[in-house]
Design a binder for this molecule. Structure first.
Ligand SMILES: [Zn+2]
Ligand SMILES: [Zn+2]
Length: 342
């Protein structure tokens, strides 16, 4: 009585691949996710550019610079979709019920609902649901100055996915506008999310993410400017994540300290921000004894959790911009125009 089933299974033996279509968004972009376990950064690439400009052998993560072949960049959601659809196609020979499920899958995707987005705050990725208007406002569309590949990120990007181009000073300017754009969307988030706890928690993630991105944007830019100095010594990895260590390297290479560009109050504010980034990345924001000593921040005691405010992140974004301008001037580099954002 299983003859038909067995015949259908026999027929499936030769069938190895199933093509699954992943749909683009309204503007022709589609989702990608960094395969590095530590990163899992989500971004979008213009479909056309993915086909024509991105190589099959090497794609770069805009956030961490990790590279892998073009097959590795599926988002978790796309993988689930593909698995369901593939199963459905195979099962279709036996019964078409699951095929109907697959068709339903697309219809079940929220339209006009919330947009799921990955934000990295405490070194782990946190999935947040944002109203589409806010998600859109936070999205930074970038066109690579080197290869013109179009991609989109939330917050900050440091590398082009197609060519890996990292024009530090240009990417820096872009990252800072991305951070400010995210902060500008806070009012939208607050008004669109009915549950107040959820809204405030989402806003906290956006603000803390902004602080981390501001420090990281500075670090990547300072590293790149430093490396190109003819007088640069060897710097340990992440040296510019530490304000005093970066300052010492900079003086040694250029003779000019950070204090030539920022007042002592401004430097103290940055020092605190750099230490807070460290807490957010390593202790989930919980203050430790080291923080109390190094930050000079007497508002919190060990064991407490730091509170980061929007206005403060804006101030920090401005300070890292000021310091970066100073470093570019020290290095004898004129500021180049930022790559076009739409
Ligand atoms: Zn990555
Ligand atoms: Zn490029």
């Amino acid at each position: 009585m299983f003859d038909e089933t067995i015949r259908a299974l026999e027929a499936l033996k030769g069938q190895q691949t199933v093509s699954i279509a992943i749909e683009d968004d309204d503007e022709g972009y589609f989702d990608r996710e960094c395969p590095s376990e530590e990163c899992l950064f989500q971004f979008k690439v213009l479909s056309e550019d993915w086909t024509n400009k991105v190589s099959d052998d090497q794609v770069f993560c805009p956030s961490c610079g990790h590279s892998a072949d073009a097959d590795k960049w599926w988002t978790q959601q796309q993988i689930e979709h593909a698995q369901q659809a593939a199963l459905a196609e195979i099962a279709g020979s036996l019964t078409n019920a699951m095929t109907r499920d697959a068709v339903q899958w697309n219809r079940r995707q929220p339209k006009g609902g919330f947009v799921s987005m990955t934000m990295k705050v405490d070194n782990r990725n946190t999935q947040v649901l944002l109203p589409p208007a806010a998600a859109e406002a936070m999205q930074l569309k970038i066109s690579c100055p080197s290869c013109e590949c179009h991609y989109a990120v939330v917050g900050a990007a440091f590398f082009c996915p197609a060519c890996g181009h990292n024009a530090a000073d240009q990417q820096f300017a872009q990252s800072i506008s991305g951070i400010l754009q995210s902060l500008d969307a806070i009012a939208l988030v607050r008004s669109a999310i009915a549950d107040r706890d959820v809204a405030e928690n989402t806003i906290r993630l956006i603000v803390e993410n902004g602080l981390q991105n501001a420090v990281t944007a500075f670090q990547r830019c300072a590293e790149a400017i430093y490396t190109e100095l003819p007088t640069a010594g060897k710097a340990r990895r992440n040296a510019f994540q530490n304000l005093s260590e970066g300052d010492a390297l900079w003086v040694a290479a250029t003779g000019t300290p950070y204090s030539a560009h920022l007042s002592s109050n401004e430097l103290a504010a940055l020092q605190r921000a750099f230490q807070q980034r460290h807490l957010l990345a390593h202790t989930q924001g919980i203050v430790d004894a080291d923080y109390v000593i190094k930050s000079g921040d007497s508002r919190f005691q060990a064991g407490q959790r730091i509170v980061v405010r929007e206005a403060y992140v804006r101030e920090i974004a401005e300070l890292v911009r000021k310091l970066t301008d100073g470093l570019l001037a020290d290095a004898g580099r004129t500021k180049k125009p930022a790559p076009s954002t739409e």
